[in-house]
Design a binder for this molecule. Structure first.
Ligand code: ZN
Length: 160
């Protein structure tokens, strides 16, 4: 795990308590997204946070997955982080989309290794979608930009 992820993990552990977080294994490009998730966790009440236990945070089928026991409010953030990860390059953190050819993952045009992008269907609530867009603004410095908007447009959100 890189030093940055160690710092972010420590911050999250300070919020949730020692021993509440299991393995974290994420591509480097998602450090900003992980930090955004931690910041949104900080905004939740102590009461909500005290009920959180995270087993694992990892990349699965190209998106960020957070496996945890937690109150419902936390699952809004978990779903938002997963949704947002569909638009964040795992190598550099810039806007990207899902690529699939032998490997599957989100990559920007520069890191795509000539693999064409594909759209992806993701089930998400309105609240999760709003939070995901806010997280992407945080990751990219408030400006979604043309590439960011295009990346978001490639995600086909199925309302839940
Ligand atoms: Zn990239």
């Amino acid at each position: 795990m890189s030093e940055n992820f160690r710092d972010a993990r420590r911050q999250l552990e300070c919020l949730l308590g020692a021993g509440t977080i299991g393995d974290i294994s994420l591509p480097y490009g998602w450090i900003g997204l992980f930090e955004a998730f931690a910041i949104y966790m900080k905004a939740l009440s102590q009461e909500v946070r005290s009920g959180v236990s995270i087993q694992q945070i990892k990349e699965k089928y190209g998106t960020l997955r957070i496996y945890c026991y937690a109150p419902d409010e936390v699952f809004d953030l978990v779903g938002a982080a997963e949704l947002a990860s569909n638009a964040v390059c795992g190598i550099c953190g810039h806007a990207g989309c899902m690529r699939e050819s032998g490997w599957i993952g989100v990559r920007c045009d520069i890191h795509a290794q000539d693999q064409p992008g594909r759209s992806r269907r993701v089930a998400a609530s309105t609240r999760q979608t709003e939070l995901a867009v806010q997280m992407l603004r945080d990751v990219w410095g408030q400006e979604l930009g043309r590439e960011g908007l295009e990346a978001i447009a490639r995600i086909h959100i199925v309302p839940i």
